[in-house]
Ligand binder design. Structure first.
Ligand SMILES: [Zn+2]
Length: 148
């Protein structure tokens, strides 16, 4: 997990550069910035449900300390959620900028994880997650064993 401060910094620079060098509006650029930062709220929800604690500060402290624990499913980070947002572009063009922000965030996350050799810490596909969860009793498919 890349720390929010870096996501905020990189997202700001990315949105700022796009704003100046393309014809996009300040609203479009803001959507890119916000989606690129707020996508990480799935980590907060994961912490909230797991710990039954909805303090934003506590979740930040916990997730920072346990940066490299296996997090089974981060819904907003899955391929399927990106596709879902992509389909919404047909109904509202603003989702294009939300998708760009999410993809920018994912590139940073994956680069960071690959660099630290931690790509196995997250499930990237909701479908794969559900299949593996159903087959959990079969040890061959028990991803938690593989990753521990
Ligand atoms: Zn992330």
């Amino acid at each position: 997990m890349m720390l929010p401060k870096w996501h905020i910094l990189f997202a700001f620079l990315f949105a700022y550069i796009l704003y100046w060098f393309t014809s996009m509006t300040i609203i479009d650029a803001s959507l890119i910035f916000l989606s690129s930062v707020l996508i990480d709220f799935d980590h907060y929800f994961w912490y909230g449900f797991k710990k039954k604690d909805w303090s934003l500060k506590n979740s930040y402290i916990y997730l920072k300390k346990h940066r490299d624990i296996y997090k089974p499913l981060m819904l907003f980070h899955t391929i399927e959620f990106h596709i879902f947002i992509g389909l919404l572009i047909f109904f509202f063009q603003g989702f294009l900028y939300i998708l760009i922000g999410m993809m920018f965030h994912s590139v940073l996350d994956i680069t960071d994880m690959a660099y630290r050799n931690k790509l196995g810490l997250r499930e990237f596909s909701l479908v794969r997650y559900l299949i593996l969860k159903n087959k959990k009793k079969d040890s061959i498919f028990n991803i938690e064993i593989y990753l521990s």
